[in-house]
Every structure is written in C-alpha cells, then in structure tokens.
Write a protein that binds this ligand. Structure first.
Ligand code: NAD
Length: 517
C-alpha cells in the first residue's frame, strides 16, 4: 500500500502558555525541518487497504495551489466494508471490553497525539493551510483534552433506579452500535476528536469520513489508533468524496448514528438520508453568523483584541466566527478606527513558517466566494472600512476586510462567508442590540463585551445561540457543550451532554409481587 512522505517543520512549544486566552494559543516554534510518513490507504480493520477499483483523489496544497498528494477515495463498497468491520468489532471483542479499558485506550491515543503534535500540525498546515502554531497551540491540545475528558467518562456511565407498582425498574445507557462521523476541513483533527472521544467512551464503534480537501491528519490519526491498541474495526478512517462516501455512510442501514459538522446544505441531505433509511440518530453542527456586541462600558482594548481574533483566527474559516460586530453608538467611531488598524496588520506566507500570521484559505472556490462578497458589498455602496489589497502570489490568499454601517439586509450581514470579512454596525439601545443579534437564522455562538455584570447576564439570556461568551470569544473546553440552535443545527459536541447523544436508554422492569397463577 502506498505511503507518502511529506516535509514539515517541527516546533518547540513554549511551555504552558496556551491558557487562558487564544492569543497565546499560538505556539511559538523554531524551524526544524523534518519529514513524516503517512499511509495513503483506507483504514479498515486496523489495516490500510486500497479503495475499490483503486479509486483515488488528488489533494492540493492551498499555499501553492499545486498538487500535494494522492490518497485513496472510498467508494460505496468500501463504506460497506468499514461498517462490516465496525459491526464485527461491536459484536465481538470491542463489545466485551471492560469500560475502563476504553478509557485507557482514549488516554493512550491522547498521549500519542501529543507526542506527534509536530507531525499533525504540519499535516494540517500542508493540506488545510492552518497555521502550524494555531494547530499545535490550540487544535491539538483541544483534541487531546477532549479524548482525556471522555476517557474519564468511560467507566462512569450510569442509569437510574425507579420504583414502579410491581416492584422496581432500572435503566441502563447502552451504546448505539456502529456510528459515523463526518468531518469538515477547517479544524479536522479537533472536530474528529469531538466525535471520536464520546462515541468510543460510550462503547460504540466508529467509521470516520475525513474531509476530502484535508484528509492527511486522518491518515496519521489512523496510525496512532492502531499504535494505541484499539482492536481491529473499533475505529475506521475513510477519506472519500462527500457525495460518494459520506452519502453512503449516511444511508447505511447498519449505521445507528451520524454526527456531522459541516454546511447546512449537506446537513439537510444527511437528515433526509436518515429518514429515508433506518431513522439513524443524527446530530448536526452547522454554520453560523456569530454576533459580537460591544457595549460602551466594555474594556475597549479587550473587546478589540477578541473581536479582531474572532474574524481573523483560521482566516475566518470558523463556524463560530464573530462575523457581525454591533458596537454601541458612543464608542462606534473610536472602535472602527482601532479595528481597521488591527485587522490590516498581518504577515502573509506559508503556514509552516513561524513568522506567518495569515495563511491561505482552503481552495480556489473559497477564495472566489470571499472575494465575490467583497465585490458585492463594494458595488452596493456599503462603507468599506478596511478592505485589504488583493494578495498577489501563488496559492489561495485573501486579505482581511471589514465594512462599516452595514445594513441588516445586506448579504455580508446575513450569509455565512467563512472568510476574514467583518460586518460592523452601530446600535443605541440594549434591546436593539439583542434584536439585531437574533436577526439571522443561525444560532451557533455570540460574544458580549461589557463590564456590567447584570447586563451580561440579562443579554446572554436573550441571545438565541448555543453558546455565549462574555468578554472573550471562541474559547473551547472539553467539559462545556458546543453546538447550535435554529439553522445552526442540533445536538452538542463536548461536555456531558455529548455523551448522551451516543447512548440509548433501556428500561428493565421487575415484577416483585407474589406470583399469580
Ligand atoms: P461541507 O458540508 O461541504 O462538508 C463537510 C463534510 O461533509 C465533508 O467531510 C464532506 O465530504 C461531507 N459531505 C459532503 N457532501 C456530503 C453528502 N452528500 N453526504 C454526506 N457527507 C457529505 O462543509 P465544509 O466545506 O467541509 O466545511 C465548511 C462548513 O462547515 C461551513 O458551513 C461551516 O460553518 C461548517 N462548520 C461548522 C462547524 C460547527 O461546529 N458548527 C464547525 C466547522 C465547520
């Protein structure tokens, strides 16, 4: 089976600096050239195998826009094979494994991910264009923390004891069986672990469909799964096209749950596929159009720091991006001036280089989509606050941009762009800010900046979103649930609540009355 050798740049982390804010999540690193080897096959039953008919897909490096690697592309029959392997594991060795052993395996996987963080961060930089420092400083620690958090849950899954007229009943919370995880490209390892960790802690087996634009992390993860000692079939990793491999997984009669993160359009298809087949459980983490509300009583420096990060982190390719910024009238002009200055300050380059603060977006289509939104806003005479010059170099680079006084009905205020483009508008009253924040069909996340604790509580209670951050943006923790309301989807990743979605409750009733003839 083919292997692929890729060159990366190893880093030396600055110890203990990734809490408490996202800025220091960026691990400073030194340039240490090295290469890493991944297998390019499908990972089924702990073995790398070619796809049916030798199907492959070619991936590109968004930094150059050029060919990077060829990997196997799963076909429907490969999905069948992976599901069969996962079913055999569930009904065999995996199903009888003591729960604490599942926890140990998850902890071991976390150890290996931390050990090979340089490889994983380099792979995410190479095919997804994610800054090495951001991947290593934020995504990889988050992935490992999530594995450890759910490792702790594996032997603490309990039920209830209930009284009934006939005697008593108890409930058990049982695994669902074979489950599927379908993952996007923007933080692929971290999002995979948000699904893998609770699925495995709960006792399920898993087939992971990695994103076709950025699958290399998954090829490496598969090696680590095997090294950690997971039995064959417990975790299977397939790269493949969404419309082929993803669709086949969503339609599969033996798959009992799909956990999906991605776009609303594909989310709809998955829900439809579940309804048309076996009513498998579905959780959907879809996009967002996150509002950030900056009140005049906020610490302005702090608000500027987080709102800037909220639209520039990962080039705005973040579902929770703070892409709508509402600023109270008293401080509107001073905020605009400082915000424009900050977002114009970046260093474009290769995401593997320590000095780079802006890498490429994922592909040409994403670049064109972002530039089209900028052109449309300009054509509609929306006030350009800071519209960066086109970045003329090979690869898929876009400048940071912001527009001011953006009307509520403008496309850049309503639609998810998934790029570094902020839409800013003013408000004068608290109720106006809340109404504007709630005015889209999305409801993933929101940020509020104020030093008034009563206001923070009052406003957050009225915001329609799965999570609200006060005086910060985007902070993630394995023990806090993450997900959306409205068209941002349903179900949660992380936190105790996520575990529930990978379990099914069974009630057992005892008749302890004297027996009747
Ligand atoms: P996408 O929906 O195009 O693809 C996501 C995954 O679904 C990929 O693995 C893809 O191969 C697969 N897929 C595509 N068509 C499919 C089909 N017919 N059946 C089954 N699977 C299919 O999204 P993307 O372009 O990879 O990511 C960007 C989108 O994801 C944005 O809309 C963003 O907001 C969203 N997103 C949401 C979150 C969240 O937590 N809410 C996180 C990251 C990204």
């Amino acid at each position: 089976m083919a292997t692929l050798e890729l060159e990366g740049i190893g880093g030396k982390p600055v110890a203990g600096t990734y809490e408490p804010d996202l800025a220091s999540c960026m691990i400073a690193h030194t340039l240490t050239p090295y290469s890493t080897v991944v297998n390019t096959g499908l990972f089924i039953n702990n073995a790398f195998v070619p796809a049916a008919g030798g199907s492959t897909l070619q991936i590109e490096n968004p930094t150059t826009g050029k060919f990077l690697a060829t990997v196997s592309a799963a076909q429907r029959s490969d999905v069948d094979a992976a599901v069969a392997a996962a079913k055999a594991a569930f009904e065999g060795p995996w199903g009888t494994l003591p729960p604490e052993k599942r926890g140990q395996l998850l902890n071991k996987l976390a150890d290996l991910i931390e050990r090979d963080a340089d490889d994983l961060a380099s792979l995410e930089a190479l095919d997804a264009g994610i800054l090495f420092g951001e991947s290593k400083g934020l995504h990889i620690p988050q992935a490992a923390a999530t594995l450890r958090y759910f490792a702790g849950w594996a032997d603490k899954i309990t039920g209830q004891l209930l009284r009934i007229p006939q005697g008593h009943a108890y409930t058990t919370r049982d695994p669902l069986g074979v489950c599927g995880a379908i993952v996007p490209w923007n933080a692929p390892l971290m999002i995979t672990c948000w699904k893998l960790a609770p699925a495995i802690a709960a006792g399920n087996t898993l087939v992971i469909k990695t994103p076709e634009a950025a699958p290399l992390y998954g090829q490496k993860l598969a090696l680590l799964v095997r090294e950690a000692g997971f039995p064959p079939g417990a975790i299977n990793v397939l790269c493949g096209l969404g419309a082929v491999a993803g669709q086949a997984l969503a339609e599969h009669m033996q798959v009992r749950k799909i956990s999906f993160t991605g776009s609303p359009g594909v989310g709809r298809r998955i829900l439809r596929a579940a309804a048309d087949t076996n009513f498998k459980k579905v959780t959907l983490e879809l996009g967002g159009k996150g509002p950030s509300i900056v009140f005049a009583d906020a610490d302005l420096e702090n608000a500027l720091f987080w709102t800037t990060l909220g639209i520039t982190a990962n080039n705005g390719q973040v579902c929770a991006a703070g892409s709508r910024i509402y600023v109270e009238a008293h401080i509107y002009d001073s905020f605009l001036f400082a915000f424009a200055e900050r977002i114009a300050n970046y260093s474009v380059g290769n995401p593997l280089q320590p000095s780079t603060t802006k890498g490429p977006v994922i592909n040409a289509a994403q670049k064109e989509k972002i530039l089209a939104y900028i052109d449309k806003a300009k054509a509609s005479s929306i006030r350009p606050l800071s519209v960066g010059e086109p970045i003329v170099r090979e690869g898929h680079f876009v400048p940071n941009s912001a527009f001011a006084d953006v009307p509520e009905d403008a496309a850049i205020m309503r639609e998810e762009i998934f790029g570094p483009l902020a839409s800013i508008a003013r408000f004068t009253t608290e109720s106006e800010a809340i109404a504007k924040a709630n005015s889209t069909e999305y409801g993933l996340s929101a940020a509020i900046f104020t030093n008034n604790v009563s206001r923070a509580g009052r406003v957050s209670s009225q915001i329609q979103a799965g999570q609200v951050t006060i005086n910060c943006w985007g902070v993630l923790h394995a023990n806090t649930p993450f997900g959306g309301v409205k068209q941002s989807g349903f179900g949660r990743d992380m936190g105790e609540e996520a575990l529930d979605s990978w379990l099914s409750t069974k009630t057992v009733k005892y008749n302890t009355l004297p027996s009747r003839m």
